[in-house]
Design a protein around this ligand. Structure first.
Ligand SMILES: [Zn+2]
Length: 88
């Protein structure tokens, strides 16, 4: 991950970090420009899911998915995410 100093625009390095929660981390950064020397904290936060995790799928549903054909999978996906069809 590339961090830029918001004072001089040069690259900054992450010196340490603190995991606040599963979806939020604070990054302690230091600018590499010796003429700047800015040290600062950046926030890193989870935004949203693009593709669901297999961890969140119940085991019985996972078995059904593993045994399904491509057509059956497409039908399942359409029923779960009808808004995705409108985006095309
Ligand atoms: Zn800087």
């Amino acid at each position: 991950m590339r961090i830029r100093c918001n004072r001089c625009g040069k690259t900054a390095t992450i010196q340490s970090s603190t995991q606040i929660s599963d979806e939020f981390k604070q990054l302690y950064c230091c600018c590499t420009n010796p003429l700047c020397g800015h040290t600062f904290v950046m926030d890193l936060a989870f935004s949203h899911t693009l593709s669901p995790s297999a961890v969140d799928i119940p085991s019985e549903a996972l078995e059904r998915i593993r045994g399904a054909s491509r057509g059956e999978l497409r039908g399942m996906f359409k029923s779960l995410y009808p808004e995705m069809q409108q985006a095309r």
